[in-house]
Ligand binder design. Structure first.
Ligand code: 13P
Ligand code: SF4
Length: 345
């Protein structure tokens, strides 16, 4: 099948829920536990993976985190194999930081529209045209794009890093997410040239839908991931990375929260904000196409079955050319050295 976002989404939403009894699921989970021990492996999962994967990661001593903390955890954990449940750039980040470890993913086909939207050849050409600018790329990029960059950032620390670069008197190139880039530009006042790409999940949130919902729940706080369009970000009480949104859900006094990010985050957010009402921000306002309906189709490719299969077979391993890795690790390590940790749930 041609792996366009449209095809993947169609296939994902056409998929019927698996007909598996609770007893069969318990057996499968036990098999994964044994394989994790046998392979000296640990699960490093993102908040957007299915709740059953997040629960398994927690129960088996792995982590459920945002992309920055996944990178940190994988790097610091003593296991010789990391099973990265997320999308490809997260597995690649783990490999760049820990080349001695075996990095497996449930499927190497789980990519990201931002990664697809920023091919290294055209991005390098763009950078070459602006040699006076510091190149900052979002973590949601290929290893080759990271290798071309001066800095890698995640949404957790984008504002801090760009403020720091601005204080050095430098102008920036920012890639690939135009919404996150324009948010950072507005907040910091830095001089930024933006690459034109977007996340197909967050790009679907609509201000009109959020405003209508707020009329129904006037006491609700609005939490927005900065990959969302500017009109949605402007309605937010809190704008932040996945970890920052979970922390805000816990700390805000509001009992009702409207959340504009992938809905799989509700598993951890509900644990952190016990008893609060969490509502998905609408994606289908006037003119919206709802290509994703607030769940990343690539994150949804991670499942218990392919976790078991890859632990058994060892295929779906992330491998990166060593010369690319050696360059990419410089910009990634710069981020990790800079970072102040964010505490979620
Ligand atoms: P975080 O860095 O907030 O985890 O976001 C990653 C991502 O892919 C958001 O769509
Ligand atoms: Fe990429 Fe968007 Fe999926 Fe995050 S939610 S992995 S940015 S496509």
């Amino acid at each position: 099948m041609n792996l366009t976002p449209e095809n993947l989404i169609r296939e994902h939403w056409a998929r019927q829920p698996e007909a598996r009894s609770e007893a069969d699921k318990a057996l499968l989970i036990e098999e994964i536990r044994q394989l994790l021990r046998q392979e000296d492996a640990v699960i490093v999962a993102h908040y957007y993976t299915d709740p059953e994967i997040q629960a398994l990661a927690e129960e088996t001593g792995g982590c459920v985190a945002d992309s920055l903390e996944m990178a940190r955890f994988g790097h610091d954990h003593p296991a010789s194999t990391l099973l990265v449940a997320g999308v490809r750039f997260m597995g690649e980040t783990a490999k760049i930081l820990s080349p001695e470890k075996r990095i497996l993913m449930p499927t190497l086909e789980a990519t990201c529209s931002l990664d697809i939207g920023c091919p290294v050849e055209s991005f390098s050409e763009f950078c070459d045209q602006h040699p006076d600018r510091t190149v900052v790329v979002y973590a949601n990029t290929s290893a080759a794009v990271k290798a071309r960059a001066d800095w890698v950032v995640t949404s957790s620390i984008a504002l801090d890093v760009v403020n720091h670069i601005k204080e050095q008197g430098q102008k920036l190139i920012w890639a690939p997410d135009k919404h996150l880039g324009s948010y950072v530009e507005r907040e910091t006042g830095a001089d930024m040239l933006l690459w034109d790409s977007a996340c197909i999940v967050h790009d679907e949130f609509r201000a009109k839908g959020v405003e209508d919902l707020k009329k129904v729940y006037p006491d609700a706080a609005i939490l927005v991931h900065p990959e969302s369009p500017e009109a949605v970000v402007k309605l937010a009480d809190v704008v932040g990375s996945t970890s920052q949104l979970i922390a805000a859900a816990r700390d805000l006094p509001n009992d009702t929260l409207i959340v504009a990010t992938d809905k799989a985050i509700f598993y951890k957010m509900q644990q952190a904000a016990t008893g609060k009402l969490l509502i998905e921000a609408p994606t289908a306002g006037n003119g919206a196409t709802c290509r994703s309906c607030a769940h990343c189709p690539w994150m949804a490719m991670n499942a218990l079955d392919n976790i078991r299969d890859v632990l058994k077979s060892g295929d779906q391993e992330i491998l990166i050319d060593e010369s690319v890795r050696q360059k990419a690790v410089v910009s990634l390590q710069r981020m990790l050295n800079f970072n102040k940790p964010v505490t979620a749930a």
